[in-house]
Design a protein around this ligand. Structure first.
Ligand SMILES: Nc1ncnc2c1ncn2[C@@H]1O[C@H](COP(=O)(O)OP(=O)(O)OP(=O)(O)O)[C@@H](O)[C@H]1O
Ligand SMILES: [Mg+2]
Length: 392
């Protein structure tokens, strides 16, 4: 109260001094009072309010992010669950085929995949020897090894592939892969095969393929290109590039004995298929397995029809008269072909690759039998001629 009367006295004194009297003094006092109040309100109330508002905005945006991430995770889980329910995880519809995939594939040079889901049936031996055969015929050959065992790489290089050769292969399985990349990644073959380039592979390719499969299954987006990861078509994108036509006459692919990402990519890229098999009952059954798998994928429009060059018998003794058990297997294979709507003549009776000590010896010293042992030449040459005829 004392302060208040002091304040009123002060006002009276001040108004007596100032022209305009009490009104002016009240005005000035009001302005000072207003400024001080605004300052304190801003400092202690509005600032806290602004801070709170900012916090609320940040929390809202965080909640939005979390919702988006949750939805994305749910979508990935949904895709994985859907994949578990299909007979073949690689045949999922949709995905992202390269532009003009079918046209480019039909304009490509012959791309022949040597495949069988059964192991140890001479795929890599035949692939390496065919590469040597076509090279000696004057063709520029691109050899692609997609089996992490690296058998064909070893045979063609004359030594095991080193990591620096092989780990580049991963670069081909990316959304931004091109034919140029193939030229950068390919290495020179050994044995003086000047017109042969090799895409080698290596052990860790297995793990890479598994990751690639998972990324494709959950529909991951590549962070560099912001494009979806559809592992099935990367190799097609590179191999059907016109630059490959200008640099090579033929591509030979050695497939692994399992449906891995590399193999599926190779099937999508290949124009023709050769199936080697040992001539026994179990192996003949496995031929049916790969034919069914491929048909399933063709029917699902994952890739257009791959021309079957033939089924070739391997690793049996070359006898002038075949034992009954082999004749039976041959008949089974012919029947299998007919059941797939293919002529039985696609069982290549005359191009048989027998069990030969020279082939085994060549493999033992990282040699290519066709180049080292003349006795083996007629067999690979006969097969090479058939492939040439059927891929022209
Ligand atoms: N005609 C043959 N005569 C003698 N040995 C052979 C013959 N063909 C293949 N081999 C030997 O049999 C083994 C398996 O051959 P190869 O590696 O070519 O089979 P693959 O089908 O590629 O096997 P994988 O499924 O493991 O890739 C090798 O040691 C190879 O040297
Ligand atoms: Mg092999």
């Amino acid at each position: 109260m004392e302060y208040w009367s002091l304040f009123v006295d002060l006002l009276k004194t001040a108004s007596a001094q100032v022209p305009g009297g009490m009104g002016t003094v009240l005005g000035i006092t009001g302005t000072i009072f207003g400024s001080v109040t605004t300052y304190f309100l801003d400092k202690y109330f509005f600032k806290s309010f602004r801070y709170l508002n900012k916090q609320i905005k940040e929390l809202t945006s965080l909640a939005h992010d979390v919702t988006l991430k949750k939805e994305a995770a749910e979508l990935k889980l949904k895709r994985l669950n859907a994949a578990m329910k299909t007979d073949d995880i690689w045949s999922r519809k949709g995905g992202r085929k390269p532009n003009q995939y079918v046209q480019k594939r039909s304009a490509a040079i012959p791309i022949t995949i040597i495949a069988n889901l059964k192991g140890g049936v001479s795929k890599s031996t035949i692939a390496a020897n065919l590469v040597a055969y076509f090279s000696k015929q004057g063709e520029r050959v691109l050899a692609i090894d997609l089996d992490s065992q690296g058998s064909m790489s070893t045979l063609l290089l004359g030594r095991s592939p080193v990591d620096s050769d092989a780990s580049k292969t991963e670069q081909l399985f990316r959304p931004d892969t091109t034919g140029d990349k193939i030229l950068q990644v390919a290495v020179d073959a050994g044995h003086g095969l000047a017109n042969v380039k090799l895409i080698p592979t290596y052990r860790a390719f297995d793990a890479f393929e598994n990751k690639l499969m998972l990324k494709w299954l959950i529909g991951d987006i590549d962070s560099q290109t912001s494009r979806p990861i559809d592992a099935r078509y990367f190799l097609s994108q590179a191999l059907h590039d016109p630059i490959i036509r200008n640099n090579f006459d033929r591509i030979i692919i050695d497939a692994p004995p399992r449906m891995a990402a590399g193999f599926v990519g190779a099937l999508c890229a290949s124009t023709s298929l050769l199936i080697p098999t040992v001539l026994d009952k179990l192996s003949a059954k496995a031929v049916g397995h790969i034919l069914n798998k491929i048909k399933y994928m063709e029917d699902a429009a994952i890739f257009p029809h791959i021309k079957l060059i033939g089924i070739i018998g391997t690793q049996s003794t070359n006898l002038s008269s075949k034992p009954q058990r082999i004749l039976q297997v041959e008949q089974d294979l012919e029947a299998l072909l007919r059941s797939h709507g293919e002529p039985s003549s696609l069982y290549l009776k005359d191009a048989f690759i027998p069990e030969m000590a020279d082939i085994a010896a060549a493999a033992g010293s990282d040699e290519i039998a066709y180049l080292t042992y003349s006795k083996t030449q007629p067999y690979f040459a006969a097969l090479g001629q058939i492939i040439k005829q059927r891929t022209n």
